[in-house]
Design a protein. Structure first.
Length: 151
């Protein structure tokens, strides 16, 4: 699945440039991705096309801490939530971007199994939200991939 996320990032500047679900599925199948992964990825891209409605509170203080819900810990995972917090504390992502990532991950039909998948999800979510991905963030998220991405 991680390969599919990178395929999207490499081939489409943003989600607006992604083709419709049928065309996207056909292109990914042509690239050799497995059918079940293509179906899951296309379904998720269609979810990403829908705007999030999240209420933000401007009263957050510089020293406030986001407390994660038990379901977030279970679905996203402790290591991944710690990574997300560290990205925010390093000013690589904003609190609003953090919330987008959490919300998008929580609607996935599966729990996030490993950090590699989570990093790819973060990049894909920011890409879908037309967020700027600076070099520091890109390097922080890409360090562990090396040659695992084949497309």
């Amino acid at each position: 699945m991680v390969d599919i996320f990178f395929y999207l990032l490499e081939n489409y500047p943003g989600i607006a440039q992604c083709p419709d679900a049928i065309t996207l599925a056909r292109r990914m199948a042509y690239e050799g991705f497995e059918e079940h992964e293509v179906q899951a990825a296309v379904a998720w891209v269609e979810q990403l096309r829908e705007p999030l409605v999240i209420e933000y509170f401007s009263t957050a203080h510089a020293h406030s801490t986001r407390v994660f819900h038990n379901l977030e810990w279970l679905h996203i995972g402790e290591e991944n939530l710690k990574l997300l917090s560290s990205l925010e504390h390093a000013h690589s992502i904003s609190a609003q971007q953090r919330e987008h990532v959490i919300e998008r991950c929580m609607v996935l039909p599966f729990g996030i199994i490993n950090t590699e998948t989570f990093k790819a999800l973060v990049l894909t979510i920011l890409w879908a939200d037309n967020q700027t991905i600076d070099d520091a963030l890109l390097h922080a998220l890409m360090d562990d991939f090396g040659s695992t991405v084949s497309h």
